[in-house]
Design a protein around this ligand. Sequence first.
Ligand code: HEM
Length: 327
Amino acid sequence: MIKSKHLALAAAIMWIPGISVCQAQTPSVEQQIIDAMTKAFGVHPGFRANHAKGIVVEGHFKATPEAAKLSKAAIFNGSTIPVTVRFSDATGVPNIPDGSSHASPHGIAIKYHLPDGGETDMVLNSLKFFPVSTGEEFRDLLLATVASPPNAPKPTKLETFIKAHPTVPMALATLATPDSFADENYFGVDAFIFVNTAGKKQAVRYIIEPQKLVHLSEDAADKEPPNFLMDELPKRLAKGPVVFHLKAQLAAPDDQTKDPAQPWPVDRPVVDLGVLTIDKAVPDSMDAQKKLLFLPGQLIDGIQKSDDPLIDVRDGAYAISFSRRSQ
Ligand code: HEM
C-alpha cells in the first residue's frame, strides 16, 4: 500500500515536470504571434511588439442617454469619465514614418478611469474589419509575410496565403493615412455584448467617429515629415480640444459575432454612445506609454466578451508584449 502510494507520488512528480517541459517546448499561439512580430519588425527593447510608435493624451467621456438604455456599464451612466488615450502607428518599428502605408492601421486605445478606482479599456484601429478570423491565421499571415522578401520565388508564401484568405486584401483596402489622428475613424472590429439593467443583451461593434474625416493620397502621405501625426496632435490640442463620437453598430439577432473578418451589413443601426473629448497632451508621452497596458478584454459589468476568439488571443499577446517590453 505504502509502496504503491510512493510509486504514485513518484509517477506524479515525474509526470508533472514532463508536462511542463512539454509545454515549454510548445509555445502558445500568443507567444508564437509575438515571436513572429519580432521576426517581422525586429527587436526594439522597451517598445510594444505592435503599434510601437504612439502618443499619449488625456480627456474625458460623457455618454448619451441611449448608451445607458443599452448597457448598465458605469462608463455609460452619463457622468464625466476621465480617460487616458494612446494613438499609434502599426508595426513594432518605433521610428516608422507616420505616412508610410505600413503605419496603417492607425490605432486608438482608451482607458476609462472609473470613480471606484476601476478601469476598462477599448482598443480600436482604422481597419473596418480584420484581415483574418483567428489568432492562428494571424500568426500564419505574419509568418508568410516574413517568408516573402522581395526576392522570394513566386508564388510567394504571402501570395499563396492571400489567395486562400481573400479577406486580407479586402480589409487592407479599407485603410488610408489621415492628415491627423483627430481626423480618422476607428473600428473595434471584435464584437462585444452589452447587458442593460433589465438583463437584455445586445451584440455591438464600436466605431469612433471624428468631427471630420480627412484622408491623404498615398503620394501626399509619402511626402509628409516622418513624425507628422505625432507632432501635429499636441499642436492641435494647444489650440483646443479634439472631439470624437463613440458609436456602436448593433447586430441583428442572427448576425454572427465570432468572425472579426466579416463585417455586419451596413444597414445595421448605429447608435451614438457619447462624446470623447481629448484636451491635453501628456508632457512625457514616451515614459507614460511604457507604463500603460490597454487590454481589449478588460471589461466591466454591463459589457461582456462575445464568442469572437480574437479577444482572448489579443489579451494574451498584449500581456506577453507588455511583460517583454517592461523587462
Ligand atoms: C490576433 C489579433 C491581434 C494581435 C495578436 C494583436 C497584437 C498586438 C500587440 C502584441 C500589441 C502590443 C501590446 C502592448 O505591448 O501593449 C498590440 C497593440 C495594439 N493593437 Fe493589436 N493585435 C490584434 C488585433 C488587433 C485588432 C483587431 C485591433 C483593433 C481593432 C488592434 C489594435 C491595436 C492597437 C490600437 C494597439 C496599440 C495599443 C496601445 O496603444 O497600447 N489589434 N496588438
